[in-house]
Design a protein around this ligand. Structure first.
Ligand SMILES: [Fe+2]
Length: 198
């Protein structure tokens, strides 16, 4: 079996397991179990290299490679090869839950939720915590989750990003300018290249 066939088998098995886990919905408990299974896949580091998934050659923030989704666009798994200067302002993923597992390099995630009308404080978001995604770790986001992502250590990144459904189906998304305290449109063309690598 070739390396790419073996990778496909590993990916198909992992996503099939995660779909089974997530069948009753994106509860905290299910996302935790899904997180553990995606970390297991990400630990197969020899199948997720910069050789197979090259970094941008221009000043783009990242190259995304779609390596799995079902026919309806669900359970979309991307390998993201991110430049050392990768930074994304706080943004949502439509109504998609997400699991992001580290393979190479470290990135810092600031996690937010939209501020409810009855919540004290100012600005559109409430900061909920900080997590570092690195080899052996992963972050999960509920469908209403918002994150801000920053590459660390001046090093490039290679991480696995699994979403309930693909970027196209995530539709028009929001990003947030925390200084101005306002929400803005976040469009697909703000991402680097997205290629089908299935
Ligand atoms: Fe994101």
């Amino acid at each position: 079996m070739s390396k790419s066939q073996e990778r496909r088998r590993l990916v198909d098995d992992a996503i099939s397991d995660i779909r089974h886990i997530m069948a009753s919905g994106p509860s905290v408990e299910n996302l935790e179990k899904g997180r553990a299974r995606l970390i297991e896949l990400a630990a197969q580091r020899e199948y997720f290299t910069f050789e197979d998934f090259p970094l941008p050659t221009d000043d783009a923030l990242e190259c995304s490679y779609l390596i799995h989704e079902y026919d309806d666009g669900s359970y979309s798994l991307y390998v993201n090869a991110g430049a050392s200067h990768q930074y994304y302002a706080p943004h949502d993923h439509g109504d998609a839950w997400a699991i992001i597992a580290g393979v190479r390099g470290r990135e810092c995630h600031q996690l937010y939720l939209k501020r409810r009308d009855d919540e004290p404080g100012e600005g559109p978001l409430v900061h909920k915590g900080e997590l570092i995604v690195a080899p052996g770790t992963a972050v999960t986001m509920q469908p209403d989750g918002i994150h801000e992502v920053n590459a660390m250590d001046g090093q490039p990144l290679l991480h696995l990003h699994l979403y309930a459904h693909n970027f196209v189906l995530q539709g028009e998304r929001c990003k947030y300018d925390l200084e101005k305290g306002e929400a803005q449109r976040f469009t697909l063309d703000e991402l680097g290249s997205i290629s089908d690598a299935r």
